[in-house]
Design a protein around this ligand. Structure first.
Ligand code: NAD
Length: 475
């Protein structure tokens, strides 16, 4: 597929394309344009031209379009989900669910955009007033990773478009096809030319051009911490606004009085969703010594029930997206074994006719882990978890916080006071107490420490695409 610019197919200047592979079979499922600086320039100029008119549209008009595209997404969820399943390898039900959830997010942001307000301070100065208003930031560049390509894109454009920004979106080179198809739905919904443009290619080839370009006012990035830091540094050097949603290594603390019948299924589900390619998945577990064995047994049993295979075969889990992501899992298991851990289930690449051509790693539980192991310190982005014991709550909190990351954390204790105390002390952008479910649309999501800068979702997400302006009135 070509770039999508000005509501049209745009042949890449390079004349080159990148093959998109099915991670189950290594078969080519499509191709996307390999962009260069000239394509970037054209996309940004188109977005800039559109911005002049788009920002002057009544908010209600922009909101109406956003609801219309959300409806189209629901109508086309099976098709879009199918494209996603083929490029990502995730079971089809999860892919279709991602489309529906993203449509809901667009609807939520649209409603919230209608409620954005400014203010007039009550100074009581005779003949003087100040109006504090919000204006759209301008042209936003969205850069997204492979793991939830539609949700993570919608977290950005769903907030940027209704407040009057226009967008150039760059999806991951691993999963660009679903984003390109989504852009066509925006056109079908009636979005004017240039409001949403999609440019594809390798991040390291076109990233700088997208960020440095004078038209770019804001960069919203979701992806790895190392990439995010490079993008953040470049954007900051040019005073561009940023939102960075980066990596995670999220801990769960399971207290002595935890309800294991709730904790174990919730933790297992969250640790292996999307084959562990999930920024706020449970990565490491700290379990009170008195219930440690019982806990490990229960999560091993549940983990062994997870069926791994092809996305259309009714399985629970697919492969990893590519070799680079796959290798982390192998490496972290080897490191843990070298340092004295035990693999309770999984641990070795899946083989056999069904698995040999893809990047299949089984859901893996590593017990007797310690803080010196990569599984307890580095992001895995794969289906491997580490479990270790603790004796006191202070020890558990200190182990959980001993991390560069701070995206999410989890705690299980039937004493709400204990749960809340731990939640308050955990260094994370979001903490779940006594169950784990997906993040809500109306509350902020984002990280502390190396997990990011800024927040998405809720009115916080929308405000991040506006700039405050003060107008002084004398009368
Ligand atoms: P990645 O950082 O390799 O790539 C993400 C995007 O950045 C891709 O579109 C890529 O092409 C682009 N990119 C790469 N180099 C670039 C550069 N120099 N300039 C500009 N763009 C560049 O990440 P990935 O492997 O696709 O995704 C996995 C990572 O994403 C994990 O670390 C995960 O934790 C993170 N993630 C974070 C969140 C969150 O909300 N915090 C959500 C999902 C994923």
């Amino acid at each position: 597929m070509n770039h999508f610019i000005n509501n049209n197919d745009h042949v890449p200047d390079s004349g080159q394309y990148i093959e998109v592979l099915n991670p189950c079979t290594a078969e080519v499922v499509g191709r996307c344009a390999r962009g260069n600086g000239l394509d970037v320039n054209f996309a940004l100029e188109s977005a800039q031209k559109a911005f002049r008119k788009w920002k002057k549209q009544p908010t209600a008009q922009r909101v109406k379009l956003q609801h219309a595209v959300a409806q189209l997404m629901r109508k086309n969820a099976e098709e879009l989900g199918g494209i996603l399943a083929n490029e990502l390898g995730r079971p089809i039900a999860g892919c279709i669910h991602e489309i529906g959830r993203s449509a809901d997010l667009l609807d939520f942001y649209a409603e919230e955009a209608l409620r954005l307000k400014g203010e007039i301070p009550l100074h009581n100065l005779e003949g003087e007033k100040a109006l504090v208003v919000r204006e759209p930031i301008g042209v936003m560049v969205s850069i997204t990773p492979f793991n939830y390509p539609i949700t993570l894109l919608c977290m950005k454009i769903g907030a940027a478009l209704p407040v009057g920004c226009t967008v150039v979106a760059k999806p991951s080179e691993d999963t660009p096809l679903s984003t390109l198809r989504l852009a066509e739905l925006f056109k079908e919904a009636g979005y004017p030319e240039g409001v949403l443009n999609v440019i594809t290619g390798y991040g390291h080839e076109i990233g700088n051009a997208l960020i440095e370009h004078p038209i770019t006012s804001k960069v919203a990035f979701t992806g790895g911490t190392a990439t995010g830091k490079r993008i953040g540094a470049l954007a900051a050097s040019l005073n561009k606004r940023i939102t960075l949603e980066l990596g995670g290594q999220s801990p769960v603390i399971v207290c002595e009085d935890a309800d294991l019948a709730i904790a174990c299924p919730a933790i297992v589900k969250h640790a292996f969703a999307n084959s562990g390619q999930f920024c706020y998945r449970v990565n490491r577990m700290y379990v009170h010594a008195t219930i440690y064995e019982q806990f490990v047994e229960q999560i091993v049993k549940l983990t062994q029930k997870i069926k791994v295979g092809f996305p259309f075969d009714g399985v629970d889990m697919g492969p990893l997206v590519n070799q680079k992501i796959y290798q982390n899992s192998e490496l972290q298991v080897a490191d843990a074994l070298n340092k004295g851990a035990t693999v309770r289930t999984g641990g070795k690449r899946l083989t056999g006719e069904m698995y040999d051509r893809g990047w299949f790693f089984p859901p893996t539980v590593i017990a007797d882990a310690n803080p010196g192991m990569k599984i307890m310190t580095e992001e895995t982005f794969g289906p491997v978890v580490g479990v270790m014991k603790f004796s006191t709550i202070d020890e558990a909190i200190s182990l959980a916080n001993d991390s560069d990351y701070g995206l999410a954390a989890y705690v299980f204790s039937q004493q709400l006071g204990t749960g809340l105390r731990i939640a308050e002390e955990l260094e994370a952008g979001s903490v779940w107490v006594n169950n784990i479910h997906r993040s809500y649309q109306d509350v902020p999501f984002g990280g502390v420490k190396q997990s990011g800068v800024g927040r998405e979702k809720g009115h916080y997400g929308l405000e991040a695409y506006t700039e405050l302006k003060t107008i002084y009135l004398n009368y």
